[in-house]
Design a binder for this molecule. Structure first.
Ligand SMILES: Cc1ncc(COP(=O)(O)O)c(C=O)c1O
Length: 380
């Protein structure tokens, strides 16, 4: 217990203590907290699907038909027809033979990696990969070799030096990085896959629904062995999936502990996920507007001399020191913007940042005002 007190005191002293803030409303790009309204720059609801009438209606109907819970895990009696309909849709959406639905992106990465890879295998992982990927690798007991973010020379150096010492080899990356907002160099990674006899696993959490000509994401299905994605971000709902070969799906159904030992996702969530996939096709203007606005914000910040990064709807504004970053986020909050300071250990010590997560709701007027406010608070 003493250790816990010490930990909390140290976190607080370093401005790193996390607390939970209850919101009284969130929707339409806005948040209400303690009676005050904010523009929400912290949401993953990139396309605004979460409040879309089609998703809500689909959920309501599923509740009427099935009730609230799936009532059991998939391998017992929680396996409803609607789960299979969703998996068929995901397989088509991602261009792979099969798909398997998971209860969250965290559970997907944890379970898939740890059941497919074992001690004696090697996993080459981008240094900025999400915690769920790292945790999956640790659980697998495969050798973890982290390459510097998007650094192909470093990746190839590690592949040349280490690949032949192990049985299976995997290269794993996000396609759009959640903290950096940039994209993986998937074309080159595929070349390495062939040259060094590896499999490739791509986490499309922040790309699916947003990138690719039809919003399918960035991973090429004919080249990438394992394509993971979530319903919890652009698709506006909850849960995750793996698109893969049939044998892999069959193997995971029989071995993946995070899939086997958890109650199946509720029908209302599955129905919303199906509606979300349909909506990606029906409303392509949402991703177009989102990406145009993201380019606008990033380019304007760069023109004004700020360190804005990324090439997606996620725009990190690098501040540097953690304390300064918290102060600036507080000042933005006072002006009605809900934006989070991202601090160590999530990002390196000298790279604390404000992470602007853009959604379909942020129009040019909102962004123009934001840029003015940033310039006033934080002159470069
Ligand atoms: C790249 C990446 N993978 C996986 C996850 C986990 O997804 P979920 O929130 O559905 O558990 C996240 C969520 O933050 C993520 O950013």
């Amino acid at each position: 217990m003493e250790k816990i007190e010490e930990f909390l005191a140290e976190r607080e002293a370093n401005n790193l203590l996390r607390v939970l803030e209850p919101l009284s409303f969130r929707g339409g790009g806005k948040i209400i907290h303690k009676g005050k309204e904010y523009i929400d720059f912290s949401s993953n609801d990139y396309l605004g699907f979460s409040g879309h009438s089609l998703l809500k209606e689909a959920s309501k109907q599923a509740i009427q038909e099935w009730g609230l819970s799936a009532c059991a895990s998939r391998l017992l009696s929680g396996n409803l027809e609607i789960h299979h309909q969703l998996e068929e849709k995901v397989a088509i959406f991602k261009g792979k033979p099969q798909a398997l639905v998971f209860n969250s992106g965290y559970q997907a990465n944890l379970g898939i990696i740890s059941s497919l890879y074992k001690r004696g295998d090697v996993i080459f992982s981008d240094r900025l990969n999400h915690a769920s990927i790292i945790d999956g690798i640790i659980l697998s007991k495969a050798k973890l070799l982290r390459f510097r973010h998007n650094d192909l020379n470093h990746l190839e150096f590690l592949l040349k030096k280490e690949r032949t010492k192990f049985k299976q080899g995997l290269i794993i990356t996000e396609s759009v990085f959640s903290m950096e907002g940039d994209k993986a160099l998937l074309g080159e990674i595929i070349e390495f896959k062939k040259r060094y006899n590896c499999q490739v696993y791509v986490d499309e959490a922040h790309a699916a629904g947003v990138f690719g000509s039809q919003g399918r994401g960035l991973a090429q299905p004919e080249e990438v062995d394992l394509i993971m994605g979530t319903f919890s971000k652009a698709l506006g709902s909850f849960g995750a999936y793996l698109a893969c070969a049939k044998s892999i799906k069959d193997y995971l159904i029989n071995s993946c502990r995070s899939f086997i030992y958890s109650t199946a996702l509720p029908p209302a969530v599955i129905a919303a996920n199906i509606a979300g996939l349909d909506l990606v096709d029906k409303e392509p203007h949402r991703r177009k507007i989102l990406l145009e606005n993201a380019d606008y914000l990033r380019n304007e910040l760069l023109k004004k001399g700020f360190k804005a990064r990324g090439s997606s709807q996620i725009i990190p504004l690098i501040i540097g020191e953690s304390k300064r970053c918290v102060e600036i986020s507080e000042e933005l909050k006072a002006r009605g913007y809900w934006v989070f300071p991202i601090r160590p250990p999530t990002v390196p010590h000298d790279e604390s940042r404000l992470r602007f997560s853009l959604t379909y709701y942020h129009n040019r007027e909102i962004l123009g005002k934001l840029i003015n406010d940033i310039c006033q608070i934080f002159p470069v």
